[in-house]
Design a protein around this ligand. Structure first.
Ligand SMILES: [Zn+2]
Length: 178
């Protein structure tokens, strides 16, 4: 598959995986910028604020943070954290997240795209080949039906899953964009 193949663009851009859309929005849109789209003003990083995600009016219950993965708001009342994508998920921003994703995606370098694809695949999309078999063996081991050695054998059978997007993106990143 090469980048001159129109099918490549259509496949990727018509229907990008949800995990990739979420990852890119969370990582590359500062919370301030996203929140402004929802008419919410946020404090500077490490600053306290009223939690935009629950009815919080008396004492500021939340704090805004920034790290390598992007921004987050931790709500001490709810004891959970929120990411910029939550503004889309909860329809506080009425824009199509896929459209926003594409705008960011087109500006990302090949290495950042590859990183995004690999990290989302690693977490959400692709188990290694042989994973289902390993799960089956683990189950049998708990029942006492198979030995520990069978788990080791199943582990040794695991192989990286090169199908799907990872393979497509990896095969193209060494080529010029146009
Ligand atoms: Zn909250």
């Amino acid at each position: 598959m090469s980048l001159t193949d129109t099918g490549f663009f259509m496949d990727v851009f018509d229907d990008p995986p949800k995990s990739l859309v979420r990852y890119v929005i969370n990582r590359y849109i500062p919370f301030h910028v996203a929140a402004r789209q929802a008419d919410i003003e946020l404090p500077p990083y490490e600053g306290s604020c009223f939690c935009p995600f629950h009815a919080n009016t008396d004492t500021p219950a939340a704090k805004l943070y920034r790290d390598d993965d992007g921004d987050s708001i931790y709500c001490f009342a709810e004891q959970r954290s929120y990411r910029p994508f939550d503004l889309f998920r909860l329809a506080m921003i009425r824009k199509d997240p896929t459209t926003v994703f594409l705008r960011i995606w087109l500006q990302l370098s090949a290495s950042k795209r590859e990183q995004a694809v690999q990290e989302t695949n690693a977490v959400h999309d692709h188990n290694p080949l042989g994973w289902d078999e390993l799960q089956r063996v683990l189950h049998l081991y708990k029942d006492g039906t198979v030995q520990y050695i069978n788990i080791c054998e199943a582990l040794l059978q695991l192989q990286p899953n090169r199908s799907g997007l990872t393979a497509m993106f990896t095969s193209t990143t060494s080529q010029p964009l146009i």
